[in-house]
Design a protein around this ligand. Structure first.
Ligand SMILES: [Zn+2]
Length: 371
């Protein structure tokens, strides 16, 4: 990514605290049968469980009752996972799970340390099949249209707390550009529509972090759905790589990237992506750059942009045609001076109008003697 987000603290984080409580205080020490008393340590969860207990209520007969279904799902999942934990006789494995729970939620460390042991559902299901199955069913559904956290008792995630987080997030992170590609605009506080939050470490492959906001980052639709999708930023599990962490505080900024463009044609008006050689470097971040380019299709997208009639080709034309216009209007500057003005504009704000690519592209055109 070309620049990082600033993480914001928000009341929506309390959902993760509920999950921490369930894992540490309810499921890990599970013995015998589940009852409401096991939730006494967390008043909200206890009240929710007691008030939505479904013993005499079969929600499957009431398919229009989405709230009942969601509440039933939440409470019955707590019970099923409790049962799965209670069936484990291996204390060493439970101790390992404590580390995995912590590691899977430490997104920053996952990104920076490929050796950090993290747990996949696939691994878990080979060791404890039932536990893996129950945890996956629960955690995968915690985010999205069917999440029990969309219930009013949990702060109405979808309709209230997430939109509130989005407002606060984009008030702080107000660049208006997607940091993962640098080319798409993001809908922010002045839009009624929202960008989707990406699970940076996919919730379908890794347990425990589906509602961890350090693992959730708004992203443009191209980055999220078209390119990243379910790809892993950390690479193959057997040989993981480092990856950029969206909320890093020390990560370099867009101005620190060394981008070079070499053109294999001088016929810019007919330029194709294959005519563009692109190199992107960032000192000490080789692995991160490799992962980022792979996951977000960066080469393809930047080359397509340069070969686009209304982007790269227009940048080129606006030097030639713009200069002619300046002369026709009585200005006396040389073409080199005019180009320098254009370069100043492109470099003044690298995030505006793809300045980080435009400046390098125009410099390459200049070095080829095309102006
Ligand atoms: Zn993007």
């Amino acid at each position: 990514m070309l620049f990082n987000y600033t993480y914001i603290s928000h009341e929506v984080e309390k959902l993760q605290e509920y999950l921490d409580f369930l894992f540490e205080d309810v499921w890990l020490p599970a013995e015998g049968n589940f009852d409401a008393e096991k939730l006494k340590g967390n008043k909200q969860l206890y009240d929710f469980y007691v008030n939505n207990h479904y013993v005499d209520y079969d929600v499957s007969n009431d398919i229009n009752n989405d709230e009942g279904v969601a509440a039933n799902f939440f409470n019955s999942s707590i019970e099923k996972i409790f049962k799965a934990f209670a069936a484990i006789n291996d204390d060493d494995f439970k101790l390992e799970l404590i580390d995995y729970y912590s590691n899977n939620n430490n997104i920053e460390e996952i990104c920076s340390n490929p050796k950090l042991p993290i747990l996949t559902y696939k691994d878990l299901e080979t060791i404890q099949k039932n536990l893996g199955k129950e945890l996956k069913a629960f955690y995968e559904r915690l985010y999205g249209n069917k999440s029990p956290f969309n219930l009013k008792d949990f702060g109405s995630l979808k309709t209230k707390s997430l939109p509130a987080h989005y407002q606060a997030f984009f008030t702080q992170n107000n660049e208006g550009k997607c940091p993962f590609c640098g080319i798409k605009d993001l809908k922010g506080i002045h839009h009624t529509k929202k960008e989707a939050y990406d699970h940076y470490i996919p919730k379908g492959k890794f347990p425990f972090s589906s509602i961890n906001f350090k693992n959730l980052a708004p992203m443009c639709n191209d980055c999220n759905s078209s390119y990243k999708s379910t790809k892993l930023v950390v690479g193959k599990m057997a040989n993981r790589n480092k990856a950029f962490y969206p909320y890093a505080t020390s990560q370099p900024d867009i101005k620190d990237f060394e981008i070079s463009i070499k053109l294999k044609t001088s016929d810019i008006l007919k330029i194709k992506p294959k005519d563009v050689e692109l190199e992107i470097k960032l000192t000490d971040f080789d692995e991160e750059i490799g992962a980022w380019k792979r996951v977000f299709g960066i080469d393809e997208r930047y080359k397509a942009l340069i070969a686009s009639k209304n982007v790269g080709i227009d940048w080129f034309q606006m030097v030639n045609e713009g200069y002619k216009n300046a002369i026709a209007m009585g200005q006396t500057l040389t073409k080199k001076e005019f180009l320098d003005m254009k370069l100043f504009e492109a470099k003044y704000n690298l995030k505006a109008e793809n300045g980080f690519l435009k400046s390098v592209f125009l410099e390459e055109c200049e070095s080829m003697g095309l102006f």
